[in-house]
Ligand binder design. Structure first.
Ligand code: HXC
Length: 520
């Protein structure tokens, strides 16, 4: 019988072995591709010395294809818990050096264990994906493992924040775990996500496409909207995740931590009194407005490269975490379309699920017209944003800066969608439609009957002026109480923070139901 010291020595030796994963050669290959190993990633992500590893000695149970002759400790995924900014989080990171990080029955069980613990403890989960997909030697047990993970992602949705980092391959059905989580991050040039790889694409559709052009960060951050964040490299990505968590509560029963506010809440920004151009068709930069009103000008944008006509992201205002949704007049005039509606709806629902107040900054000329949008189902996609705002019960503060027309006015958190405090700048134009369209509809006959072109122009201008004077201002809406107050632009920061402070005790519940039927 060996002594206790021998047993401890054996444990320590096994740990060293486990930490080598698939071995030095494969670790070298990983490093040579600019990638960290799974444990290195976790140690970089978490607070120093906070990582507590679990299931280090798990091995696969497969006997096919000679697998019974080799058992690599940890079985291709490193799991455990630790802290980020001193708050508990659960993590898993697939280890590409072990069977290409491929998912076995036992690897899935390890991931499920941390997902279950995160749910029990009410803590966020961060999953770092780097895997060749289902462990081919295992067959259907691997598929069942994926399904077990997906089921937990689904049940955890809206209960604890789930963040997925894609730091290598993520292909086939494996992409659905990240897709079910709240935020997806990709790293430039070293990560990709697709359902079927370039070879299958070539066989089925004849298309020639590279891995990067099919599912790289550039594709998913810009074109598909699957990825919310793009990192320059892995360190950058991991530090972005740490930063993101500063805005989030640990679970849906909590509110996000309030941080010390070093930026005076009564800070006046005179430049905002001049930011709206005299010409209503001229754009301005909405991000300037955002950085002027949030604490220390710090805005953490989500999906900055996708559907740029709407801006969404997190900031602190008076130390409180807020979700900001803002139309962007500098991109497609800030019009709402399919992609913008989907992007903002998902963000609004995330904020509502996790008790993060919503601040909406409105300058929207309407929905984008045309067959492209109608055939693509803009009715249903636009309804998603409408639905998201309407169902949300978190504090909602809306400021209309300029245009707020038609259906888009309603969608963008109007008073009747249970907006708590709806403010407008004096430059706001809240109406059914712009003067141009309105005059065309109302006075088409008279205008067409006029044969003198000069007189025609004069008649149109006169009618437009009449319409503008009557409708293109915030006073009509304020008269009805649809706008709670017209505010001076330079005081916007103060007014929003005071509003948010007053709404801290807001209590509103939706009718009991099994679940809603969001227009998907
Ligand atoms: C078992 C795998 C594996 C897998 C990779 N490996 N993928 N082992 N099952 N799925 C192993 C390799 O055999 C190799 O072992 C090591 O991991 C590294 O792989 P390489 O091919 O050398 O690496 P690289 O050249 O970087 O290529 C990476 C790759 C490629 C593009 C991911 O490995 C690949 O195409 N793998 C198969 C992908 C795939 O078709 N997966 C199944 C998809 S179906 P050694 O011993 O040489 O180091 C699926 C269904 C999921 O996932 C459904 C969910 C619902």
């Amino acid at each position: 019988m060996s002594s206790m010291q021998d047993k401890v020595k054996e444990l320590l030796e096994l740990r060293v072995k486990a930490r080598l994963g698939g071995g030095e050669k494969r670790i070298e290959k990983q490093h040579s591709q600019g990638k960290m190993t799974a444990r290195e990633r976790i140690l970089t992500l978490l607070d120093e010395n906070s990582f507590e590893e679990l299931d280090m000695f798990v091995t696969h149970r497969c006997t096919n294809f000679g697998m019974d002759k080799e058992h690599i400790l940890s079985d291709g995924v490193i799991t455990g818990f630790g802290t980020i900014n001193n708050r508990l989080v659960y993590v898993f990171a697939q280890d590409f050096t072990t069977y290409g990080g491929s998912l076995s029955e036992t690897q899935a069980a390890k991931i499920c264990k941390v997902l279950d613990m995160a749910m029990k403890m009410g803590a966020p989960v961060i999953g770092i994906n780097d895997s060749g997909g289902a462990r081919i030697q295992e067959g259907v047990t691997s598929l069942a493992g994926y399904a077990e993970i997906f089921q937990r992602n689904i049940l955890a949705s809206g209960v604890v924040p789930q963040i997925s980092a894609i730091f290598g391959p993520c292909a086939g059905g494996a992409v659905y775990s990240p897709a079910l989580t709240d935020f997806v991050m990709m790293v430039k040039n070293t990560s990709y996500m697709f359902l079927t790889g370039p070879k299958v694409v070539k066989t089925v559709t004849g298309e020639d496409v590279t891995t990067e052009d099919l599912g790289g960060a550039s594709v998913h951050a810009v074109k598909s909207g699957v990825a919310h964040f793009t990192a320059e490299n892995e360190e950058d990505g991991l530090s972005m995740i740490r930063h993101l968590l500063r805005f989030l509560p640990s679970n849906n029963m909590e509110t996000a931590p309030e941080i010390e506010c070093t930026d005076p809440i009564e800070r006046v920004e005179d430049t905002l009194n001049e930011i709206i151009p005299d010409n209503p068709n001229k754009p301005y930069e909405m991000k300037t407005v955002i950085s002027n009103i949030v604490d220390n000008g710090e805005f953490f944008e989500v999906a900055p490269l996708y559907a740029k006509n709407i801006i969404v992201g997190f900031a602190h205002m008076g130390g409180m975490s807020v979700g900001i949704v803002a139309n962007q007049p500098s991109h497609m005039a800030g019009v709402l379309d399919i992609n913008a509606s989907r992007k903002a709806a998902r963000f609004v629902r995330f904020c509502d699920a996790f008790n993060i107040p919503l601040v909406s900054l409105v300058d929207v000329p309407g929905f984008l017209p045309g067959t492209g949008q109608e055939y693509g189902g803009v009715i249903v996609h636009g309804a998603k944003l409408l639905y998201a705002y309407g169902e949300s019960t978190v504090p909602k503060v809306t400021v209309t800066l300029r245009k707020s027309y038609g259906g888009a006015h309603i969608v963008m958190s109007c008073k009747q969608l249970r907006g708590d405090l709806n403010y407008a700048w004096p430059t706001a134009e809240i109406a059914v439609m712009g003067a141009e369209g309105a005059v065309e509809v109302l006075y088409a006959k008279e205008i067409n009957a006029e044969s003198d072109p000069q007189k025609k122009i004069e008649a149109i201008t006169a009618k437009k002026e009449e319409y503008n004077a009557l409708f293109c201002n915030p006073f009509k809406a304020a008269q009805y109480g649809y706008i709670d107050e017209i505010i001076e632009p330079r005081n916007t920061r103060y007014r929003i923070i005071k509003a948010l402070q007053s709404l801290k005790t807001k209590h509103l519940e939706n009718p009991a139901k099994k679940h809603d039927n969001l227009p998907l």
